[in-house]
Write a protein that binds this ligand. Sequence first.
Ligand SMILES: NC(=O)c1ccc[n+]([C@@H]2O[C@H](COP(=O)([O-])OP(=O)(O)OC[C@H]3O[C@@H](n4cnc5c(N)ncnc54)[C@H](O)[C@@H]3O)[C@@H](O)[C@H]2O)c1
Length: 334
Amino acid sequence: MRILVTGGAGFIGSHYVRRLLAGDYPGYPDVAVTVVDKVTHTGNLANLPLDHPRLSFVKADVCDASALYDVVRGHDAVVHLAAEPPAGRTLLGSGEYVISNVLGTRAVLECCLRAGVERVVQVSTGKVYGSIGTGSWTERHALRPSSPYAASKAAGDLLALAYHRSHRLPVSVTRCSNTYGPRQFIGKIIPRFVTDLLDGRLVRLHGDGLHTREWLHVDDHCRGLQLVLDGGRPGQVYHLGGGRELTNRELAGRLVGLCGSSWEQVRFAADREGQDRRHSLDCGKAERELGYLPRIPFDDGLAEVVGWYRDNRGWWAPARETADLTGPGPARRW
Ligand SMILES: NC(=O)c1ccc[n+]([C@@H]2O[C@H](COP(=O)([O-])OP(=O)(O)OC[C@H]3O[C@@H](n4cnc5c(N)ncnc54)[C@H](O)[C@@H]3O)[C@@H](O)[C@H]2O)c1
């Protein structure tokens, strides 16, 4: 069995790759894994066991269809995670989202079709639905993305589903809630708060702090991806949620406590554009069809993550010095 993971040097992709290689998913004891990654500001080769005998790494842009096709050929399955992730400056730099998340996804789908790949998973996000006041989205809910990032992911999903309908490409789509865990790029809310609090810096809470997110541990997310790869129906969308809703203010309170800090370090700042008020995924379909349920209690997972960043300063401190924590900027606007 050969599995290609795009974006495998990133937060979720590298966790998935490490789990696969460790034999943690039943039925894949000798799996060979190829990672394709461009290694953008959020990718990190230190996330991968590069000397593992069953891991190959190819540095490439998924938008480069001819280079990608040579890599895709010979693989049984492709899990497509490569994407330009959301950032505070999304509204200024939408070009990069369209290039990687729409054109890149098209190139991945096209290569999978031409190479006759037997199973494809397009990894996406609940952000494609926009915001929901009460209740939860099912997979049949209309897409109403609020930001260019979410719109680019929605476009990638629609392309994937169209490749199934037009060409019978055996692709399933996952839409997941906000994911947290070790090795997440420090521009994201949890690592940014933790690393700032641990270093005694002020942290910014945007708006009134009452935006609500549902949190999913990266290990549950990756187990869900594997369940969809193994048993998901082609042409279907599956929600993978964490089931734990918190306002950003509640999240900040927990992190202040876990980092041994005080509210003195928290400052309220102006709200950002394109922020949804609330996300909530109904995961009943994945539970009924695949037996998916998140396992890691949020408070346990969060404590583990704070401990990881406390113990692994060498992983994140260099990135803090050099990385643009806000993502693509105005130079990419056009
Ligand atoms: N993190 C979350 O909360 C979350 C939630 C739901 C869905 N997702 C989805 O999961 C996937 C992975 O997210 P993540 O949080 O691990 O992001 P990440 O930014 O940590 O990883 C993305 C990886 O993709 C690579 N990449 C970006 N553009 C590329 C390109 N054009 N060609 C090749 N490689 C490229 C980057 O170098 C990076 O290693 C994304 O598709 C994202 O939309 C993430």
